[in-house]
Design a binder for this molecule. Structure first.
Ligand code: ZN
Length: 167
């Protein structure tokens, strides 16, 4: 295993669309191992292959519940909404508020070329959406709310919450 260099900021590779993985060979397995090691070393909760300079549809995640590897991940369903803080190993100087689905159902291949489905919520759902965005050249800063928008959202959801709290 090896730590790979995380591409940051204006690196054009972060804006490209990653390609579907057709064959899971030794190079892909090494990439998966290196991505997990790189993510853990950087104390991130997720990492996408383009962040280490490889334009392939591969992400790794670990929100504290163990490592998840996904090859060719695809979101099947989304539900609900969450609004919260987000950052990115590739945009180290910034953080901001992003609205994401509260729950996602996603399918992917594992390293043994087996298809699996995963239902995730809260932080894991957020991380999955963030990492899949990387595969499409999208950064969280593209989706980030302005301070005014974030305040307005918080206010609106607080009001909504107080109305719904009767059940
Ligand atoms: Zn990121």
């Amino acid at each position: 295993m090896a730590i790979r260099t995380i591409r940051t900021d204006e690196d054009p590779i972060l804006r490209k669309t990653s390609r579907v993985v057709e064959v899971i060979n030794d190079r892909i397995l090494t990439l998966l191992d290196d991505m997990a090691e790189t993510m853990h070393e950087a104390e991130g909760v997720g990492l996408a292959a383009p962040q280490v300079g490889v334009l392939k549809r591969i992400i790794v995640l670990d929100v504290g519940e163990g490592l998840i590897e996904m090859i060719n991940p695809e979101i099947l369903e989304i539900a609900g909404e969450q609004c919260g803080p987000e950052g990115c190993l590739s945009v180290p100087e910034q953080s901001g508020t992003v609205i994401r689905p509260q729950r996602v159902k996603v399918k992917a291949l594992n390293r043994h070329h087996e298809a699996f489905e995963l239902e995730a919520e809260d932080l894991l759902a957020r991380a999955i959406c963030h990492e899949i965005d990387h595969l499409n050249g999208i950064l969280f800063t593209d989706l980030m709310l302005s301070e005014e928008e974030a305040e307005a959202y918080e206010k609106a959801s607080a009001e909504e919450g107080s109305e719904e709290r009767s059940d």
